[in-house]
Design a protein around this ligand. Structure first.
Ligand SMILES: Cc1ncc(COP(=O)(O)O)c(C=O)c1O
Length: 396
């Protein structure tokens, strides 16, 4: 990339594009108003690195979009990114592709479990996990996170109990965790991995947010912990969040276990979901090869947004607490001191404050009284959103 600092302050009008976050009918349906300042969908209001945009344009200019294969350089760009940024050595032969993370999770559920089997999730957690399990007629088994001294953690005793049920076959882990923005430590992950090994529970770990960590926290790829844990798990990764290319990327599935890898390849081949998209491969490879500096600037910018929010809430809206963000570009806000029930809070945020946040209960009943906010946007948008919130709270 060129050395210019990206202009993350720039407002880019997405309101006339099919951006989900700005979709008026969707906002009307979900929040009862279509003119909200949106902080709900987990993507960014930022343009991709220059090089990605340039290479996509150049690929479009080529004008021929016949069948393609995945070149070795694509594999190497992914492997190098993880080796350099996360010190995780991915074996080329373990690297498989998917249409995205959720597609990978759904595929793995179908391969590794039967209808009626139990799958553990750790609410409050990304709501799509629950929906995928439900839509595939598996049972949702909840191992809720617990809050100790204001910090979210894993309830290992409860996990051990749930994992020991012979009907429980899988755990879907979120590392780092959306929405509570915990970056799980190596010790925490190791304990989860060992419990699941003891009870023969297979782990699918969603590490899409792994590139976003703050304040000296470190993302630990789950599969890097031990060979045994790697063999009992599949890791789902993707540059969708990192470079804001959700609509033009694939996901990757790292499957160290040979038998499981073979099962995955047979399954995806059977459904013919392994075709190569010309634009996705350009976006992925360019981003991984040249996006490191851009991402460093982005992380600084996000940290500034967090600092601003923390100070603003402390000074002007002390009743709303920020749960300390360790990673992801999503913050978890605690509104419980406002004393509203979930529906009142949801209606207040939309109708009175005019902002679209994801209500905490979407992520499980443990999220009641909280809301999730995407902070990957120009600071001026954050300022506007917080001012709207502060005014609404003042007028209660
Ligand atoms: C934890 C997590 N997993 C998966 C996804 C979606 O991934 P994909 O678009 O690749 O299916 C998201 C998007 O918000 C997410 O936060």
């Amino acid at each position: 990339m060129n050395n210019k600092i990206p202009d993350f302050d720039r407002i880019i009008d997405r309101s006339n594009s099919p951006a989900e976050k700005w979709n008026k009918p969707a906002m009307l349906r979900l929040f009862g108003r279509d003119d909200l300042l949106p902080f709900w969908v987990a993507d960014m209001e930022f343009q991709v690195p220059n090089t990605v945009q340039k290479n996509l344009v150049s690929r479009a200019k080529n004008g021929i979009f016949g069948y393609e294969y995945k070149q070795d350089s694509l594999y190497q760009s992914i492997i190098q990114w993880y080796a350099i940024r996360h010190h995780w050595k991915i074996d080329r032969s373990h690297l498989c592709f998917s249409r995205g993370i959720l597609n990978a999770i759904a595929t793995l559920i179908n391969i590794h479990t039967e209808e009626g089997d139990g799958i553990i999730i750790q609410p409050p957690v990304f709501f799509e996990f629950r929906l995928i399990i439900r839509d595939n007629n598996r049972n949702i088994i909840r191992n809720p996170l617990k809050i100790v001294d204001g910090k979210y953690g894993i309830d290992y005793d409860d996990l051990e109990e749930k994992a020991s049920d012979s009907k429980t076959k899988m755990l879907i882990l979120c590392n780092p965790h959306n929405p509570v923005s915990r970056v799980w430590t190596k010790d925490e992950l190791k304990r989860v991995g060992e419990i699941c090994l003891r009870h023969n529970v297979f782990i699918v770990t969603d590490e899409i947010h792994g590139d976003f960590v703050f304040n000296g926290h470190h993302y630990t790829p789950f599969a890097s912990i031990s060979i045994e844990i790697a063999q009992n798990s599949v890791t789902c990764i993707s540059p969708a969040k990192t470079f804001n290319i959700a609509a033009v990327t694939d996901g990757f599935v790292i499957i160290p276990n040979e038998k499981y890898r073979e099962q995955y390849n047979v399954f995806t081949k059977r459904l013919i979901i392994h075709k190569t998209n010309a634009f996705s491969v350009v976006a992925i490879e360019t981003a991984y090869r040249s996006g490191s500096e851009w991402l460093d600037h982005l992380l600084d910018y996000l940290q500034d947004n967090i600092n601003y929010i923390r100070t603003y809430l402390g000074e002007r809206i002390p009743k709303v607490k920020l749960v300390n963000p360790e990673g992801t570009f999503l913050i978890w806000l605690d509104f419980r001191q406002l004393g509203m029930d979930v529906k009142e809070l949801e209606s207040f945020l939309a109708q009175k404050a005019g902002i679209a946040l994801n209500s905490g209960y979407w992520f499980g009943r443990q999220g009641a009284g909280y809301a999730r906010m995407t902070i990957a946007c120009p600071k001026s948008m954050i300022v506007e959103g917080l001012d709207k919130l502060a005014n609404a709270i003042k007028n209660i």
